[in-house]
Ligand binder design. Structure first.
Ligand code: PEP
Length: 257
């Protein structure tokens, strides 16, 4: 089954709203119909830039999608500092990252928290990008598959099979995030394939065939084509390289490299 590649730039805690507008304009300047037809291209700025970018995308009719880096699982209430999925949906946010390793390791999001977020995102008509992946230590102890299986099983608990098409999995080995170390294309392919086999266990076989599994971890213009050539890899979640318009645009144009 053909799956539309998803290339998403996670800007993390970088770019104020003015810088964000400039970056989206620069990215858009480098891209054309061929790129948009080939892949779904998404930017994931900090919350404070969502409104500005939404306005820019709508005003200029850009074929770039909008994502958010996280959300709370409740829709409203006395939750100081939290951002509701309802608020994100109103800003035309299409994707919400759930369980990024920085959320898991810096902010203590556990599998149950991540699962609540995944379900809240889906029930508000958006698509979760569920991040899964092992640390260096876990890999060395031979636990990579066990960790990925747990992240997927617990992260997708309670998700109905008919919502499967809206779920995206990002396999991001923690040791490759922001380190310059990338999994080899064949290792990344194998782990993305393994992730897909776990989805088949939780949801169903058809769902596993249509869900997109991205690879993330030091993706850059120099390695994207080889990664994207792997049959189990349906896109990339890009951190550092998404902050440079030239680099992110080159990643989006991987099919021309
Ligand atoms: C990420 O933040 O999800 C990521 C993959 O970062 P980087 O591309 O910088 O490794």
């Amino acid at each position: 089954m053909a799956r539309m590649p998803l290339l998403a730039g996670n800007w993390k805690m970088h770019k104020d709203h003015l810088e964000a507008i400039q970056l989206v304009q620069q990215i858009a300047y480098h891209l054309d119909e061929q790129d948009y037809d080939r892949s779904e291209i998404v930017v994931i700025p900090p919350f404070t830039a969502l409104r500005s970018i939404q306005t820019l995308i709508e005003g200029d009719r850009l074929a770039i999608g909008l994502g958010a880096q996280d959300c709370y699982h409740e829709e409203s209430g006395a939750f100081t500092g939290a951002i509701s999925p309802v608020m994100l949906a109103k800003l035309a946010v299409r994707y919400v990252v759930c369980g990024h390793s920085e959320r898991r390791h810096v902010f203590g999001d556990d599998d149950q928290t991540v699962n609540r977020k995944v379900r809240a995102v889906l029930s508000n008509g958006m698509r979760p990008i569920l991040c899964v992946g092992e640390t260096d230590e876990e890999r060395e102890q031979g636990q990579a598959e066990e960790v990925v299986a747990r992240h997927i099983t617990r992260g997708l608990e309670g998700v109905a099979g008919d919502r499967a098409d809206d779920v995206v999995i990002a396999y991001e080995p923690v040791w490759a995030i922001g380190t310059g170390k990338t999994a080899t294309p064949s290792d990344a392919n194998e782990m993305c394939g393994f992730a897909r086999s776990q989805i088949a266990d939780v949801l169903d076989g058809d769902a596993a065939g249509s869900i997109r599994v991205q690879y993330g971890g030091s993706v850059k213009p120099g390695n994207v084509a080889e990664l994207m050539a792997q049959p189990e890899i349906d896109g990339a979640l890009v951190g550092g390289a998404s902050l440079q318009a030239d680099d992110f645009a080159a990643i989006c144009r991987y099919h021309r490299l």
